[in-house]
Design a protein around this ligand. Sequence first.
Ligand code: SF4
Length: 404
Amino acid sequence: MNIGEKALKARSVYIHLPFCKSICPYCDFASYANKSAEMKATYLAALKTEIRAVGELLGNIFCNGGAESASEFTIDTVFFGGGTPSIHSAKEIEEILNVLKEYVVFSDDVEINLEANPGTVDLEKLQAFKDIGINRLSIGAQTFNQDILSKLARGHTVEETFEIIDLIKKVNFKSWSFDLIYGLPHQSLDDWKSTLELALEKGSPHLSAYALSIEPITPFGSIYGSPEHPDLAGEEALAEMYEVCNQMLKEKGLNRYEVSNWAKDGHESRHNLCYWKADEYLAFGLSAHGYLRGYRFAHTRNIEEYIRLFTQPVDIIQKALGTGTIYEDYKFIGKKEALEEEIMLGLRLSTGLEKRNEILNLLNREKINTLISKGFILEYPDRFTLSEKGYFLSNGVISYILAG
Ligand code: SF4
């Protein structure tokens, strides 16, 4: 990490906890099932060592920059992702938070999100999560159709999803979200509508909905091979599912604020907004990706390698952090690339892309005019946004804008 004069901009922290009850056949995240308690403990120790090593460097940056202490580094959001972070005890999560707090301060309204899967918590555990400061839960529901859920082999039932919602309400979490997937094998439009109806009936104040992505290295990759597989929804059906989702959620007061995310006012994920606004953030743990002092970095996906790296003496770790050699990827993002990221991410937000001069200079006006005339992009005096039609095709629209 290069040490410079200006204050750090990062206000968010991502922490990766890779352990799951079982591995879902479509998953290509860095996740592990059936690891021993010893391996989990070793991983958590390595993770805390990483936080300490980076934290001490941050302290040095502040001292060099003339700030009174590292605690001037204020954090607004923390996100525990995975994996299935909810399989950990509240004590394990609290210990990670406590290490973090040795180096930073949490803002008064810090958002601390934890990904939780049905079937991994009871009332006592949820209450304990709340007591240690977790105030937002992302529930990996995926679908409310039991037949389809069974084929996803997620190791939980629809009944257990309902149970976790009841518990969340009892414990009175400040906010929570359903993660759903559409375009699942054998899923019809009516199945998808039923899932959305149930999600709304359960009162979810936030919902993320992503189309199933078939990744070649997963078991689903071998089974379903190509997106044209007859058991999968085609492009047209997916577009219809997306449109229905937006309509149904809008009618119930959940507004789309990013291509795949809807929320009631005040329930937007502040952590994810940090990514989408291309803000800098700290990231710790296996496969974690971060953005700090102009550098984007990514950790190894290999758990043994991660543990090896972060059980070395701290001075060696810090030296490797300083040069970036401890990361699998480590790249300085220049001005042009940062603006391209801003275009790519900004257009995905309902607030759109601001028409600042440096952005306008980078955009090909001819291409933008083509997209406007074809109805994919809307132009306002101060910004561009995706149109209704443009939202579903956002990846294609953005690739077209950014291509050569
Ligand atoms: S629970 Fe999530 S992280 Fe774990 S295997 Fe399933 S999809 Fe992957």
